[in-house]
Design a protein around this ligand. Structure first.
Ligand SMILES: [Zn+2]
Ligand SMILES: [Zn+2]
Length: 551
């Protein structure tokens, strides 16, 4: 009987971001993407969220490689963390590897991996699998769907994809090859991108964005134009550059990743902009502002980004004023709406004209909508279907589409992070769960932040802190000084003197009433008594920190 094949989902099923799955046969594991997620509003001080690597750590010796579908951070950004502990080669297109390499190099981990470039349509032996790389169109060039030829038939993964009937680089989603695989072997299991499963209709071509941008540029001919988009959206950058050059504008880049990615894509022949048309913003000199087009990062309102700083008049290179037009050629990722809104507002306050996706057609999604999803399903005709890459509601909608498209009853599996599926001759079943919580990374990115730290931060942010300091005699346990109470973010001390006096009394009584005089015991009594009072009087639950000093 053929070997079973296992798929373990470590991220991306239940959220948009940190996509990561492990595909396993004969005890060997090949990763399918290893991404990160950007934090949500309820994660104070958190910079990144990663998949939980606990299970991979246990299986470290079995991991033989990682296949990257494309170069976006939600698919490749986790590698610079995982490679600290594990070592394996990475497979992907040249551009994908180039983008991934940047971060891995910054983390000083190049020695832990090797970069294995694959071509469109190539099949590569990786561990126990023949992995076939099928071109798909997306919002970064050189994306792949993958077909994993396994002991249990073809396991296919769409990657992030859309159907663009006239793509900028002429590189189509290869439905022909997907259909051929279906005819030759059949598709046993399909995993599909669910991002836009709730959206009716068909995505618009990236080229249509170009037409719209050209009109906007025409309307603002006499003004300086600053346009922000994703630094990896090479096709968008190409169209912007073409229009700018047509209008005799010099292109200046702003933001390190924009500069780096333009260089990378130009070197790879994926971006055609004459060298003399692009300068770094620092080298712009006294070019007439109406002959300038600045291409900037920060389209998601990221707090430290070039655009965000412009909006608060804090950018080193550019002062925004009434003669400027700012175009946000993007759509906010869920969770970023507020920060994008603030940037737009700030730019208006400075007198600029602002064009964004709420009022003009300046962006087209890179993820298939319902009619494209149906097209894919009608060509691949999978026996089993697992929706991936989405919040729970997206997965559920995607599941419904799969049934509508003829997948048999019971053969659509809505899985979540941590689920382990097994494919055998009898079908696909969930056989277990592995740890799949959020791994929080903060600031320096040197260490991960535990759930406890995040819980503390939420309490501090929402409820404040009350510190109670008391000095006791080491031998007798009698109170020598205090209790003193210091609060931040709980009550305004000047107006709460009575309350604080009462709190001191309560703590004093609790300590005197305690039956033992160990510092830990004193702390426990103080915390408990104070907690009860605070909650009774203010209906709040600030963090209570008792400090006992012995003298
Ligand atoms: Zn993507
Ligand atoms: Zn993605």
């Amino acid at each position: 009987m053929p070997q079973p094949v296992r798929i373990t989902f470590l991220g991306g099923l239940g959220e948009i971001g940190r996509n990561c799955a492990a595909i396993e046969q004969d005890g060997q594991i090949v990763l399918l993407d290893c991404g990160l997620m950007f934090p949500e509003d309820d994660m104070p001080g958190i910079d990144l969220v990663l998949p939980d690597f606990t299970w991979l750590r246990e299986r470290a010796d079995d991991v033989v490689g990682c296949v990257l579908t494309h170069g976006h951070e939600d698919h490749a950004g986790g590698l610079s963390f995982l490679l600290r502990e594990l070592s394996f080669p990475i497979y992907g297109s040249k551009l994908t590897l180039g983008l991934a390499r940047n971060r891995i190099e910054e983390a000083g981990l190049l020695a832990r991996t090797s970069f294995e470039a694959v071509e469109d349509g190539e099949t590569r032996r990786i561990g126990p699998f023949d992995v076939e790389f099928i071109p798909v169109t997306h919002s970064v060039p050189e994306g792949f769907a993958t077909a994993w030829h396994t002991a249990q038939g073809v396991v296919m993964h769409t990657g992030d994809w859309k159907l663009d009937l006239n793509p900028i680089d002429g590189r189509f989603t290869d439905l022909g090859r997907i259909g051929a695989i279906e005819v030759e072997k059949g598709v046993r299991v399909l995993m599909g991108d669910s991002t836009n499963a709730e959206s009716a209709g068909h995505t618009l071509s990236e080229r249509a964005v170009g037409h719209s941008l050209r009109q906007i540029f025409d309307q603002h001919r006499s003004r300086r134009i600053v346009i922000a988009c994703f630094a990896s959206h090479i096709h968008r950058i190409q169209q912007i550059a073409d229009i700018a050059i047509e209008q005799g504008r010099t292109i200046a880049t702003l933001g390190l990743s924009m500069k780096k990615n333009i260089r990378l894509a130009k070197d790879m022949g994926l971006l055609r902009i004459p060298d003399e048309s692009v300068v770094d913003i620092a080298d712009l000199g006294d070019v007439d502002p109406s002959k300038v087009c600045v291409i900037s990062t920060g389209s998601q309102g990221e707090p430290m980004s070039a655009l965000s700083r412009m909006s608060s008049n804090d950018n080193k290179w550019i002062r925004i004023g009434k003669d400027d037009t700012i175009i946000l050629s993007s759509h906010p990722i869920p969770g970023n709406e507020t920060s994008v809104g603030k940037v737009i507002d700030g730019l208006h306050r400075l007198g600029a004209a602002v064009v964004h996706s709420g009022i003009a057609f300046v962006h087209s999604t890179g993820h298939a909508k319902q009619e494209e999803i149906k097209t894919f399903l009608s060509v691949a005709r999978p026996e089993w279907f697992v929706p991936v890459h989405g919040e729970y509601r997206h997965l559920v909608h995607h599941a419904a589409i799969a049934y509508e498209m003829g997948v048999e009853d019971g053969k659509v599996i809505v899985s979540l992070d941590g689920d382990q599926l097994e494919i055998t001759d009898d079908g696909v079943t969930k056989i277990g769960e592995v740890p799949a919580g959020y791994l929080y990374v903060d600031g320096s990115g040197l260490g991960d932040v535990g759930h406890g730290v995040l819980r503390d931060r939420r309490v501090l942010a929402e409820e404040g802190v009350v510190v109670v300091i008391v000095t006791v005699d080491q031998k007798s346990g009698e109170i020598i000084a205090g209790p003193e109470i210091i609060t931040r973010g709980w009550v305004y001390e000047a107006e709460a003197e009575d309350l604080l006096e009462e709190a001191r009394d309560v703590v004093r009584a609790a300590i005197l009433g305690a039956d033992d005089t160990e510092p830990e015991s004193i702390k426990r009594h103080a915390r408990k008594a104070l907690g009860v009072l605070v909650n009774e009087r203010t209906k709040r639950r600030p963090m209570i920190v008792p400090v006992v000093m012995e003298a």
